[in-house]
Design a protein around this ligand. Structure first.
Ligand code: PEP
Length: 251
């Protein structure tokens, strides 16, 4: 089953309007790799500005609340992201699971809300170093996937075309340490089995991205691994100089 490669930048808490030039450089280069889907997940404050300034490119949020509106100070809902011009959102990033104590159940509700509203979703999962060293990475991440996977109407609307998984070992995020290709292959293959168990044949169409210190120097090797359908990229997505070679490696 041929799945299009998907390379997504996660700008985290970086980016102000002065960075639009960088975004526009990334979008122009991405337009030349027509066989790769490319997107940038920006701070919510920058999305509308980016959408107005750069056409023909996909922008997303980095989180979404599970409710459409209400008394949730500081939160952003799926309809709000859509209104700003976003077409996708990340949910369940480990920095939110750890920093905001998000549970699998909340992540699942966020994914269902976003898909139901019409956003594409990138659902993040991944183990801590402690779990990996205890030999429990596979069972922990599989359980996380099972508990976070969207079900119901939102999922039916979104699987498989609008939905991707990002496997991101927590110890590889922002550290310069990358999981071995053997470990990535083993994890992605186990996740593929789980997706097929959950969604039947449609599970074969869900893209599984790797995330964790992806850079120009390791991207080709990672993209060559079975069942790696692209990458979620943090630090190296902040400049065209670092991000564009990763997009080209996926093409
Ligand atoms: C991320 O934030 O999802 C990530 C993978 O970060 P980095 O590429 O910087 O490790």
């Amino acid at each position: 089953m041929a799945r299009r490669k998907y390379v997504v930048g996660n700008w985290k808490m970086h980016g102000v309007s002065a960075d639009i030039l960088e975004i526009s450089g990334i979008a122009s280069a991405a337009a030349e790799s027509s066989n790769v889907d490319v997107a940038l997940c920006l701070p919510a404050t920058l999305i509308e500005r980016a959408v107005r300034s750069v056409s023909g490119f996909s922008f997303g949020g980095q989180d979404v609340h599970q409710e459409a509106k209400g008394a949730h100070t500081g939160c952003v809902s799926a309809p709000m992201l859509l209104d700003a011009g976003a077409s996708l959102t990340i949910v369940g990033h480990s920095e939110r699971r750890a920093g905001q104590c998000e549970t699998d159940q909340q992540v699942r509700a966020k994914a269902e809300s976003a898909l139901g509203a019409g956003l594409d979703v990138i659902l993040c999962i991944g183990e801590s170093l402690e779990v990996r060293e205890a030999g429990q990475a596979l069972s922990t991440v599989q359980a996380q996937l099972d508990a976070s996977l969207p079900h119901g109407e939102g999922a039916a609307a979104g699987v498989p075309a609008k939905f991707a998984i990002a496997y991101e070992p927590m110890w590889a995020i922002g550290t310069g340490k990358v999981a071995s290709t053997a470990d990535i292959r083993e994890m992605h293959s186990a996740l593929r089995e789980r997706l097929v168990a959950a969604y039947g044949d449609a599970g074969n169409e869900v893209r599984i991205l790797y995330g964790g210190s992806v850079s120009a120097s390791n991207a080709s090797e990672i993209f060559a691994v079975d069942d790696v359908d692209g990458a979620l990229v943090g630090g190296a997505s902040l400049t065209a100089e670092k991000f564009v070679p990763i997009v080209i490696a996926a093409a």
